[in-house]
Ligand binder design. Structure first.
Ligand SMILES: NC(=O)c1ccc[n+]([C@@H]2O[C@H](COP(=O)([O-])OP(=O)(O)OC[C@H]3O[C@@H](n4cnc5c(N)ncnc54)[C@H](OP(=O)(O)O)[C@@H]3O)[C@@H](O)[C@H]2O)c1
Length: 352
């Protein structure tokens, strides 16, 4: 058993019950890779899609994209990281296994020294949501000072990071959607949003939602609308964004989604001269490979600097307990409600 580690494994696709306690080979780092002893991992919606078999992955598999931990072995050619470095990282599909495990090996550019001012649990909450927000706000949409923006799903993992990066860039006003009192309180008390800018979406028709956004934005249309929810929230983004504005989405839709993007007189894109950006965090790693990985190191370093300067804080976290199939099943069920109320974290025995 010396060369085996504990992991949460799936041997079939399906519901949360396919998550099993198991053993997996401890991987060795190839040239250009580092091995991490994982301290904490967080659960992302993509883990649920992976578990359901929607990503075309092979079986058996160890799920998990996000992690914090300590480097315990390095492959040939690594000179900017060393054993003992405390790191955070993103398993972009190029790693030995997912992060619901004690160890993983992956290309060093998917890992960076983590911020000194946050815990291992908070560090494990940030990679997917922080990097996705960074790509949305800093690379695709280029939010500028004084720009009105709309953020849907603002109290969610990605939404909360987009709100903070937009605040950092000086966007104003920032209009945000919230479902529950808890979400609204988080946006106001912890992220510092103006309570008059929050749209409580529940029970509102499509028309009422758009009217609420215009009202909360002081009669203006947002220049950039971020869709982190999909469905009615994506329609809201297109319905409200200003002429020459941008819609940025991270959520796919079914083929029969009722938005006509191409008709001259029906499309919000042609009617209001909009641009649409879809951000898929792992696309570069998946389709371009190692040449695309510099983005991740750059994003980690930028986020880490902002965190240590106190300018950005990690999303809310909920410690679900020690990594096991039982803990992972509970976390998957809670995340599937769409209202988990914070990033769900699992820790390993090596967590200090
Ligand atoms: N393309 C990419 O690269 C990429 C990367 C990361 C995530 N994603 C996707 O982005 C989405 C969000 O991820 P996440 O990690 O931020 O999820 P999350 O933490 O679960 O947050 C989702 C948020 O959506 C809001 N929400 C749920 N149902 C809603 C509804 N019917 N109307 C309006 N808002 C609703 C909730 O806010 P309230 O509680 O306030 O309602 C919740 O805070 C997921 O679909 C995920 O798969 C894509």
């Amino acid at each position: 058993m010396d060369d085996l580690m504990k992991a949460v494994v799936i041997r079939a696709f399906g519901g949360p019950d396919v998550l099993e306690d198991g053993y997996w080979p401890i991987p060795d780092p190839a040239p250009g890779e580092v091995r991490i002893r994982i301290e904490a991992t967080s659960v992302n919606p993509i883990d649920l899609a992976w578990r359901r078999g929607e990503l075309g992955q092979k079986l058996p598999a160890v799920l998990g994209r996000d992690f914090s931990g300590t480097i315990d072995a390095i492959g040939e050619g690594i000179c900017d990281l060393a054993s003992g470095d405390r790191v955070w990282g993103y398993q972009a599909g190029l790693a030995s296994n997912g992060s619901y495990a004690e160890y993983l090996c992956l290309p060093s550019l998917l890992v960076a020294k983590r911020p000194r001012t946050i815990s291992a649990l908070e560090a494990a909450a940030m990679p997917v949501v922080g990097l996705t927000a960074y790509k949305c706000v800093c690379e695709k949409a280029q939010v500028a000072a004084g720009m009105p923006v709309l953020v849907t799903g603002a109290a969610g993992g990605v939404g909360a990071m987009i709100v903070q990066l937009a605040q950092h860039a000086g966007a104003s006003p920032i209009v945000a959607t919230a479902g529950s009192d808890r979400s609204a309180a988080y946006l106001v008390d912890e992220l510092g949003l103006d309570p008059d800018r929050i749209v409580r979406y529940r029970g509102l028709s499509r028309k009422e939602l758009a009217a609420a956004v215009f009202d909360r934005a002081g009669g203006h249309r947002p220049h950039i609308a971020f869709d982190t929810v999909g469905g009615a929230m994506k329609l809201l983004a297109f319905d409200t964004v200003a002429v020459d504005g941008h819609v940025v989405s991270i959520v796919e839709e079914p083929a029969d989604f009722p938005l006509n993007l191409w008709d001259e007189t029906a499309s919000p894109m042609s009617m209001r001269s909009l641009s649409f950006h879809f951000v898929e965090l792992s696309a570069g790693a998946r389709l371009v490979g190692r040449d695309a990985l510099c983005f991740f190191r750059k994003g980690f370093d930028w986020l880490g600097t902002q965190v240590d300067a106190g300018l950005i804080r990690p999303p809310r976290i909920q410690d679900m307990g020690v990594l096991s199939a039982d803990t992972a099943r509970k976390a998957h069920r809670l995340l599937a409600t769409g209202h988990a109320g914070g990033k769900l974290i699992m820790t390993t025995g090596s967590h200090r």
